[in-house]
Design a protein. Structure first.
Length: 175
């Protein structure tokens, strides 16, 4: 019998996230100068910081290449930020090898076709509530929250709760 997604969460040591549609709501605001601006959810950022400080690996793999995204994520403590990535499978495999991580210990959250093949390699493929149908079909967990609206917080919080680390982190008075 296959493990439930909650049982798989016991084995998660690494979170990998796409950016657009996962950490953002897929909207892009374009200025008169052609700059593309995105919004990110503060609670998603807080959860990523909590995960990092609790010993989890957090990695970003995105086809987009906005350096403002890199700065925001680096400020949260995310060191492994791969932007402008044409081959997410290759990037994930290189990351796994470099960091001695097993694919089955990875939770990957993606939302659209560019995430499809890489998500099939990990232990726990997840997506926001508003992901494409093709992505939803391969996910072991579909968040009840839309991308950019707390879906990242949802999966991090669930994993940390299953592993008994969520309130342990907050008992350390982090804010």
């Amino acid at each position: 019998m296959a493990k439930s997604y909650k049982e798989i969460m016991n084995d998660i040591s690494t979170f990998v996230f796409d950016v657009d549609g996962v950490l953002t709501d897929s909207s892009v605001f374009v200025t008169n100068e052609g700059e593309m601006l995105r919004t990110m959810n503060i609670r998603d950022g807080y959860a990523m910081k909590a995960a990092i400080e609790s010993g989890y690996n957090v990695c970003i793999i995105s086809g987009g290449s906005n350096e403002g995204v890199r700065i925001r994520l680096n400020n949260l403590g995310v060191k492994d930020v791969f932007l402008g990535t044409p081959d997410k499978v290759k990037t994930l495999n290189e990351y796994v090898e470099k960091n001695n991580i097993k694919h089955e210990n990875i939770l990957y959250m993606g939302d659209d076709i560019p995430d499809f093949h890489v998500m099939k390699l990990v232990g726990l493929p997840t997506c926001p509530q508003d992901a494409s149908p093709e992505i939803k079909n391969i996910c072991r967990y579909i968040s009840h929250v839309k991308g950019g609206r707390g879906a990242v917080r949802d999966v991090i919080e669930q994993v940390m709760k299953v592993q008994g680390k969520w309130m342990e982190y907050f008992n350390g008075q982090h804010d």
